[in-house]
Design a protein around this ligand. Structure first.
Ligand SMILES: Cc1ncc(COP(=O)(O)O)c(C=O)c1O
Length: 424
């Protein structure tokens, strides 16, 4: 028998697992890991320290950790076609912070996407870019095309000659104009960074743009959104920046990296080598299908003229249906987990009552859903969004539907249940 406090926490974990197992998890920045990745995450590596570089650690006891890190780095460079990689950042924001520090100096002029247009807070004054004291200039944004306005962007690069151009976003339904920027950046001496936090799994499967081939000097990412690894970060970059980047990761922004997550990243990279294309392909097909089906059900899905999306994400304007906060809460009450989201025309400070919701289908894809299942998901969602039905009955139907999808796909050995809590 354990203590009451421990039982309280264990019960809450059980309840959480049961809830997610009977839900439609559609937060665009989440995913579930494979059984073999979970094995790595639950291993003794979670107890250890390995500050520094393989072969040059500050502690003893690292000989196997060194080999795992070298292997994980090799897998990352191979899968993404980068010159080298740093697999130690412990989150996407810290990967960004380290890359900012290595590629630019405090106070430099940079260009990035505004938060209402989909940019991440770490590219803004509120977070890492702000801490770097950057002079931040927002990309011109085309609201109809839900993307950076390429022509105006090119003019702006010529005019500002920024030290660093930051692509990538938290809302990125369509590829960013990296290639177009590269041509001008060569003239202005600007460096290019691409934050692939959201789309790393799609890039791994060769189904989205390839920022490194298009000319990014460094690609940063979280490792747990479309890329279905443990929570963490990664930097894939040109060798000329390696010394600065490694210094900015350790000791700059992390002392000990999380070795169990790094090993889990290695396992996931190997699984994505094998299953990545199939997974990315199905994810994008599902997202397009869900966009169309929701639209046909009467939801105001953005980007209709462009096929709604080319990534895992959809944006829905629910301002006529009660607003983003109200709809996201009602969906949650019906076991459909999504988030409220500001839309490009919303005030940046209006994060509490924004006009939209953001949806991602990568996790539904991981548990085996295909296009025909997106029709069902769209119908369940529109009963809440469009018809304003009571959540109780919808919740029962969501539970019955989602219970059928309980194995992790696109990985080796899907023995365990997707949402199983491995109790001892
Ligand atoms: C574009 C982008 N970059 C970075 C991050 C931050 O990643 P993390 O939560 O791993 O620090 C996010 C998180 O959602 C993101 O959307």
């Amino acid at each position: 028998m354990t203590s009451e406090d421990i039982e309280f926490i264990r019960n809450k974990i059980r309840e959480h697992h049961n809830w997610f197992g009977s839900s439609l998890p559609m937060i665009a920045s989440e995913n579930i890991t494979s059984p073999l990745t979970r094995e790595a995450v639950g291993s003794d590596l979670s107890h250890r320290y390995a500050e520094g570089d393989p072969g040059k650690r500050f502690y003893e006891g690292c000989k196997y950790l060194d080999e795992i890190e070298i292997k994980t780095q090799e897998l990352a460079t191979e899968l993404f076609g980068s010159e080298t990689a740093d697999v130690r950042p412990i989150s996407g924001v810290l990967a960004n912070y380290a890359a900012f520090d290595a590629l630019a100096d405090y106070g430099d002029t940079v260009m990035s996407l505004s938060v209402p247009s989909g940019g991440h807070i770490s590219h803004s004054k509120f977070s890492a870019a702000g801490l770097m004291g950057f002079d931040i200039n927002e990309f011109p944004f085309d609201e109809d095309n839900l993307n950076i306005d390429t022509e105006k962007m090119c003019e702006m690069i010529k005019e500002l000659e920024p030290e660093l151009i930051i692509f990538g976003a938290s809302v990125i339904p369509f590829p960013h104009p990296v290639e177009e920027a590269r041509e001008i950046a060569d003239e202005t001496g600007s460096k290019i960074m691409y934050d692939a936090a959201h789309v790393l799994g799609l890039i791994a499967g060769n189904r989205f743009q390839d920022p490194i081939a298009e000319g990014a000097d460094a690609m940063t990412a979280s490792t747990h959104k479309t890329f279905p690894g443990p929570q963490g970060g990664v930097i894939l970059h040109k060798k000329q920046f390696d010394k600065e980047i490694r210094k900015a990761v350790f000791p700059g922004t992390t002392s000990n990296h999380h070795l169990h997550h790094m090993a889990g990243l290695g396992v996931t990279l190997a699984e994505m080598k094998e299953f990545g294309e199939e997974y990315a392909n199905q994810t994008i097909k599902n997202a397009k299908k869900l966009g169309k089906a929701l639209y046909n059900q009467g939801c105001h899905v953005l980007g209709k003229d462009k096929g709604y999306t080319k990534s895992h994400q959809l944006l829905v304007d629910v301002s006529e249906n009660g607003g983003g906060a109200t709809i996201a809460k009602k969906l949650e009450n019906a076991n459909i987990i999504a988030n409220k989201n500001i839309l490009p025309w919303d005030d940046v400070n209006n994060t509490e009552e924004p006009s939209g919701i953001r949806l991602g289908v990568q996790e539904l894809t991981r548990v085996g859903m295909k296009e025909k299942d997106m029709e069902v998901v769209a119908e369940l969602m529109s009963r809440i969004i469009v018809e304003g039905e009571e959540t109780k009955k919808v919740k029962e139907d969501v539970r019955e539907f989602s219970d059928k999808f309980n194995k992790v796909h696109y990985c080796y050995d899907g023995r365990i249940e997707a949402y199983q809590f491995s109790e001892i």
